[in-house]
Design a protein around this ligand. Structure first.
Ligand code: 6R9
Length: 648
């Protein structure tokens, strides 16, 4: 462990930062001693129609999980992201868009985004969208995606963004689950020089049983590629929007009215639509964006995530725009047309703050230091990491090569469920240790517990839970509050359980060790093993399947699959390929299996539970330390699996 290596706060950063050491400690202390007072003060960063007087009403009691913040306040998120900046920075860039093609870029000012968003909001109304309706977005990384989110917010519709890499079935499941009447998409998206048929995927999704709830499809013309047209259902975005008025009165929303749903994977069952509400979420996204990235007026800020993930919601759209920041949105992939692209974009747009994922850093690192030779990256001041634990080697490389040994790295731990960053350094306040997310943000009280639910003190390893509510927290699972309670509040009574393991060191720093449940993290994307397994068993040749993660140099975790075939089916290499394609098509490219091993039998307890612990060890090639196998119904299956381990 390279834990001894500490990077002290840079004095020049501390001198101008929003928080130095003393200020962080004082604010943190107040935030936990007097949450009401602290958050009442912080809520003033938001423009309210009616300011909240009731600040915090939260219970983690499993019999009555009830989370409300600022509950008598009213506001509109799009007003906070757009209208309130017009007077002071109407002509300042809000969004820098960098296309997949390096020759494609544009700048949109706050006024331009405001006007287009209002037009779109009017168009949505004309298409029959009303307050409380769910609108599904299945879009490329183009400014229209951000504007669609804000237009929904403006009229009180709830957006549900589905990552553009998901399959038609995955999209259909989410459209149906949210009872969504309208989908906004594009003809095609462009990534790495290739077209992705978004509209075709929507067409396919809407043929699935139940998907007829969706009545309208609004289509942005991105490439002009060939698409099918469903008269009466499909509407061109430009035709619906161009003639609308650039003024649309903003709906007055209660702080606890839903702002969006975002589906994410859990350890069991279908993906869950986490429900985020308006007042607490926006306050938290904007406060964390300011302090964690130490955002200073006029700086160019680039988060490389996709808007299909929570990181894109909070740190491309809502946080930065609420703060009047310049946010860069990149359509493509970091390896196209060359591996130097990320650095070239930094130089081209003079990016000051770069927020990316460990998997992207490791992919670059694999090409050696010269991969960054095509850029200087002199404009960078701060780096950020999110999505999975960053191993100290990748951290050091990120710091030395991308950041020219000059820029602090904020390693930000958080989740779809948390709405915003929870554990992270503040660059002017907290010394860095490569691989550690360091310390909690204001209002966040991390707790480590053992498997019996005992709270652990001091330097120790445990399961990470949070002791009290913070405003950005998800309020429920859409349409299934009971599942919300079960998933997050029943493991440890009185706590929110994160599903992550974590170590606390002697200095009180937190080191996230990864998921302790059956959730995989592949290139920073969350995937439930159960989702992949149920996809496989739906194939006629498969009797049973077990999915585990294994250590992967670039992706962090790879997908390793054990398949038991149905009687009489021949185990061929062709079939392996077919099954890999099947999963890819069913869920999306991010779920493509890395390894498939035939398993005549799976290790099970006598009660029939698959012992994943053993399968994980075999997949990681740690066959010596399998631990206790005495509870297995048939221990010989393990020897068979070890003997035929898939060669990698
Ligand atoms: C924001 C986001 C959440 C899971 C989370 C954890 C892992 C995210 C991390 C990290 C270590 C970090 N994770 N950031 N692990 N260090 N800085 O990624 O949300 O997609 O919901 O994933 O990702 O395991 O529980 P989401």
């Amino acid at each position: 462990m390279t834990e001894q290596h500490v990077y002290p706060v840079r004095e020049d950063i501390a001198a101008n930062a929003w928080a130095d050491k003393e200020k962080y400690l004082a604010m943190y202390q107040q935030s936990v001693d007097d949450p009401e007072g602290f958050w009442a003060e912080q809520a003033k960063r938001i423009d309210w129609f009616k300011s909240p007087t009731r600040i915090k009403h939260t219970s983690f009691d499993p019999h009555d999980v009830d989370i409300r913040w600022f509950e008598d306040g009213t506001l509109n998120a799009s007003v906070n992201c757009l209208d309130r900046h017009l007077a002071t920075r109407g002509d300042q860039t809000a969004i820098i868009w960098e296309g997949d093609d390096p020759n494609d870029a544009k700048h949109l000012t706050y006024r331009e985004v405001y006007e287009r968003t209002n037009q779109l909001a009017n168009a949505l109304k004309a298409l029959g969208v009303r307050k409380g309706d769910v609108v599904t977005l299945y879009m490329p990384m183009i400014p229209e995606a951000a504007m669609a989110m804000l237009a929904c917010a403006r009229i009180g519709a709830v957006h549900s963004v589905v990552f553009g890499g998901f399959s038609p079935d995955a999209l259909a499941q989410r459209v149906i689950g949210a009872d969504s009447k309208l989908v906004i998409t594009a003809d095609e998206s462009v990534r790495g020089g290739k077209q992705v048929p978004l509209k075709d995927n929507v067409d396919a999704a809407l043929t699935r049983a139940g998907a007829e709830v969706c009545e309208k499809v609004l289509v942005v013309k991105r490439t002009g590629g060939d698409i099918d047209w469903h008269e009466g259902r499909d509407v061109w975005f430009h035709e619906a929007v161009d003639d609308q008025s650039t003024e649309c009165a903003a709906e007055e929303m209660n702080a606890e009215d839903p702002l969006f749903i975002l589906y994410t994977s859990g350890s069991t069952g279908a993906p869950k639509g986490l429900k985020h509400t308006t007042g607490g979420y926006l306050t938290y996204a904007s406060l964390t964006h300011q302090y964690v990235f130490d955002y200073q007026d006029g700086e160019v800020y680039w988060c490389t995530a996709d808007v299909g993930w929570v990181t894109g919601h909070s740190y491309i759209v809502y946080g930065p725009l609420a703060n009047g920041a310049i946010t860069l949105m990149f359509e493509g992939v970091p390896s196209y047309p060359t591996h130097g692209r990320m650095g070239e974009i930094v130089d081209k747009h003079k990016v000051n703050i770069l927020y990316t994922a460990p998997t992207a850093v490791r992919a670059l690192m694999a090409h050696g230091d010269h991969v960054m030779d095509s850029s200087k990256r002199d404009s960078l001041r701060l780096l950020g990491s999110v999505g999975e634990p960053i191993n100290p080697e990748a951290w050091e490389w990120f710091y030395r090569v991308i950041g020219n040994s000059r820029c602090p790295i904020v390693d930000t731990w958080w989740q779809t469920e948390t709405g915003g960053i929870m554990i992270s350094p503040l660059p002017g306040a907290i010394d860095l240790k490569p691989g550690s997310a360091t310390r909690p943000f204001f209002g966040v009280q991390p707790v480590l517990l053992d498997s019996e639910g005992q709270v652990l003190e001091g330097a120790v390893d445990g399961n990470l839970a949070i002791a009290d509510s913070w405003p950005g927290q998800a309020r429920s699972i859409w349409g299934d509050h009971e599942r919300f309670v079960q998933t997050y509040f029943s493991t440890y009574k009185g706590y929110y359980f994160t599903g992550d393991g974590c170590r606390r060191d002697e200095d009180g720093y937190y080191w996230i060790t990864g998921r302790v449940d059956d959730v995989l993290n592949v290139s920073g994307h969350r995937m439930g093993t159960a989702e992949i397994e149920s996809s496989l068993v739906a194939h006629e040749t498969v009797a049973e399947a077990a999915v585990v993660g294994f250590p992967h140099d670039i992706k962090g975790q790879g997908i390793y699959i054990y398949v038991t075939l149905a009687d009489g089916v021949e185990a061929t290499e062709e079939l392996k390929k077919e099954l890999a394609q099947w999963v890819r098509k069913d869920i999306g490219p991010i779920a493509t299996p890395d390894v498939i091993q035939w398993a005549p039998g799976l290790p099970k307890t006598r009660s029939g539970k698959i012992m994943r612990r053993i399968l994980r060890k075999i997949a990681a090639n740690e066959c010596d330390g399998l631990g206790d196998t005495s509870t297995l119904a048939d221990p010989s299956v393990v020897d068979e699996l070890i003997e035929h381990r898939a060669n990698r």
